[in-house]
Design a protein around this ligand. Structure first.
Ligand SMILES: [Zn+2]
Length: 503
C-alpha cells in the first residue's frame, strides 16, 4: 500500500491535470469489502486503481458510467471452461478471473505456459488429486510415463476444436485414450505407498503455482475414507485448502469432507453445495455457517440453476442414480443435440461418452442456496460447446438480473460480495495477488466490471449458450476488454493466479 500512497502524494504534489490512463466517471461505485456505495470517479494508472474520488478527474481514456454500477470484476472459483471460447462467455457475464478449482489441471506448468499472454481473463487451478492419484498407482505406471513423456516434449494445446473447427489430431486422440484408460482407478483405493507418491506430486504442483488441492472424490468412489483423510492431513501440513466435490449425493459425503477437514485441522471448500445437498441445502449451509462461527475454515458455493451437468460415462451414472436423484432417463439432456434421453439412448451414449445436463433440482432449493449469507456464487461452467449448460455463460448476470432485480431475494451489495470479496478472501492466503482483487480500493488491481443494474440478465438457456446482456465495460489488469457491451478482439490481459509457493 505504501507505494500507492507515495504515487498519490506525487500526483497531489505536482498537481498533474491528466495523470490517469483511464477514468471511470460518475458511476455508482460499490466496494463490497468496505460497503462503499456512492457516485464516484475512479482513476486508473497502469494496472492499478489510483484514485476513487468525488472530485472531477481526467484521463487519456474516459468511460462514462452514469446510471451504471461499477463493481470489482467477478471472480469465479469454478470454471471448467478454460479456453478463450469459454472465456468470451465468462467476460460477457462480468467475470475477470476464472479458476478451475474443483478438478484441477494436469501438467499445470505446461498449462500456465500455454495460457500466459493468450488468455482473455485471469486464470489458475488446483492440483488435480483425481489425476495424480491415478498416475501414482502402480498399475498405471506405463500410461503415466507415456503422458509425462508427452508433456516433457510438447506444449499443451488450450484452444478447443469445437470453436475453431479444427479436427482433433491423431495425437489428441492418443492423449484422450491415455487419460481415459486411467478411469478404472476410480473404483480402487490406493496403497500406503501410492498415497505417499500422490502427496509428492501434489506438493510439486503447489510449488509450480497450484492454488490448493482439487479433490472431486465423488468421481472416484474407490478412494477409501482413510485415503481421503491422508490428503486432508497433507493439506494441513502444506497450509492449502481442499476444494471438494463430495462423495455421492446428500449429507453423508458433505459430512465426510467436513469431518476430515476439521479433524485434520485443514481448510475445505465444498463445491456446488446445491447439487450435492439437493433438498438438504439448508442443512449444508447452516453447517458451514456454524463452522465459520466456531472458527473453522469451511466455505461453500452454489450456482443459480436447477440442473446439473457432467459426463454421462462418469461414475455418477452407475447403477442406482435414478433412485439417488429421484429422476429418470427423460430428465437427462444430451449436450450435443439438446435431446432428452430414454433407456436406449442412455446406454448408447454412455458407451460413447459425452456431456449431459441433469434436470434434478427444485427452484426453492436454489433460492435458499443463492440467498444464504455464507454461499459464494461460482458457475461450475462447462467447457465450451454450443449446447453447454447455461451456467457456462449466464451465472453472474442471472444472480443480478433474476435474483436481485426481479425476485428481490437478495440485495445488490450482498450479491456482489458473493462474486467478488468472498472468493478473493477464500484465495488470498495462498495467492497474494487475490488480496488486491475483489475490491474497488486505491491500490487494488484494475479488474473492474461495469453493468446496468436495470438491464443485466442471462440469455443462455437449456437450448443453447448466448451472451449475457447488461455488462457494458470490463477492465482486466488495466486493459479494456469489453467496451459498450462488445468484446475488443485480440486483447489478452488475463494473468495467471499463482500460489505463493511458486518457485
Ligand atoms: Zn462437480
Amino acid at each position: 500500500m505504501k507505494n500507492f500512497i507515495l504515487i498519490k502524494l506525487a500526483i497531489v504534489t505536482f498537481g498533474l491535470s491528466q495523470p490517469y490512463d483511464i477514468v471511470i466517471k460518475q458511476g455508482r461505485v460499490i466496494d463490497p469489502e468496505t460497503n462503499l456505495d456512492q457516485i464516484c470517479n475512479i482513476g486508473i494508472i497502469g494496472n492499478q486503481i489510483s484514485d476513487i474520488t468525488k472530485n472531477s478527474i481526467n484521463g487519456k481514456i474516459a468511460i462514462n458510467a452514469k446510471g451504471l454500477v461499477v463493481s470489482p470484476g467477478f471472480i469465479d472459483l469454478h470454471a471448467h471452461g478454460q479456453t478463450n471460447s469459454a472465456h468470451r462467455y465468462q467476460v460477457k457475464d462480468g467475470v475477470t478471473t476464472a479458476l478451475e478449482m474443483e478438478s484441477g489441471v494436469a501438467f499445470i506448468e505446461r498449462w500456465i505456459e500455454a495460457k500466459k499472454g493468450r488468455s482473455l481473463v485471469n486464470f489458475g487451478a488446483t492440483a488435480p488429486h483425481g489425476f495424480l492419484r491415478s498416475i501414482s498407482m502402480v498399475k498405471n505406471k506405463s500410461t503415466a510415463n507415456k503422458l509425462i513423456n508427452h508433456f516433457s516434449k510438447n506444449e499443451m494445446k488450450i484452444e478447443d476444436s469445437t470453436q475453431n473447427k479444427v479436427k482433433s489430431s491423431e495425437e489428441d486422440e492418443k492423449l484422450k485414450k491415455l487419460y481415459s484408460s486411467l478411469s478404472s482407478s476410480n473404483y480402487q483405493s490406493q496403497s500406503p505407498n501410492e498415497i505417499e507418491e500422490t502427496k509428492k506430486l501434489i506438493k510439486d504442483y503447489i510449488d509450480k503455482g497450484a492454488l490448493g488441492i482439487g479433490l472431486p472424490v465423488g468421481y472416484y468412489l474407490g478412494a477409501s475414507a482413510g485415503e481421503v483423510f491422508e490428503i486432508y492431513k497433507f493439506a494441513k501440513t502444506l497450509n492449502v485448502t481442499v476444494y471438494t466435490h463430495t462423495r455421492g449425493f446428500g449429507m453423508p459425503g458433505i459430512q465426510e469432507a467436513m469431518a476430515a477437514a476439521t479433524t485434520a485441522g485443514a481448510s475445505v471448500h465444498i463445491v456446488h453445495a446445491n447439487s450435492m445437498s439437493l433438498g438438504e441445502i439448508e442443512t449444508t449451509l447452516s453447517m458451514v455457517e456454524s463452522a465459520q462461527k466456531n472458527g473453522l475454515d469451511i466455505t461453500t458455493e452454489v450456482y443459480p440453476y436447477t440442473a446439473a451437468s457432467t459426463s454421462l460415462e462418469s461414475i455418477l451414472f452407475d447403477e442406482g442414480w435414478k433412485e439417488t436423484l429421484n429422476i429418470s432417463y427423460n430428465d437427462l439432456q444430451w449436450e450435443k443435440t439438446g435431446e432428452r434421453l430414454n433407456k436406449k439412448t442412455f446406454y448408447e451414449y454412455r458407451k460413447k461418452g459425452g456431456v449431459v445436463i441433469i434436470h434434478m433440482m427444485k427452484p426453492e432449493w436454489i433460492k435458499i442456496g443463492v440467498s444464504h449469507p455464507v454461499s459464494i456464487i461460482a458457475s461450475d461452467g462447462m467447457p465450451y460447446a454450443p449446447g453447454a449448460h447455461p451456467r457456462t455463460a449466464g451465472t453472474f448476470s442471472r444472480i443480478l438480473g433474476k435474483y436481485v432485480r426481479e425476485e428481490k431475494i437478495l440485495d445488490l451489495i450482498t450479491a456482489l460480495k458473493k462474486m467478488t470479496i468472498m472468493p478473493a478472501k477464500r484465495l488470498e492466503k495462498i495467492a497474494p495477488s487475490m488480496a488486491r482483487k475483489g475490491r474497488l480500493q486505491i491500490g487494488a488491481d484494475a479488474d473492474i466490471t461495469i453493468f446496468n443494474p436495470n438491464t443485466i440478465i442471462d440469455k443462455a438457456d437449456f437450448s443453447g449458450l448466448k451472451y449475457s446482456e447488461g455488462v457494458e465495460t470490463v477492465i482486466i489488469d488495466g486493459k479494456i476488454i469489453i467496451k459498450e457491451g462488445r468484446i475488443i478482439e485480440n486483447v489478452f490481459p488475463g494473468k495467471p493466479i499463482l500460489s505463493k509457493y511458486k518457485k
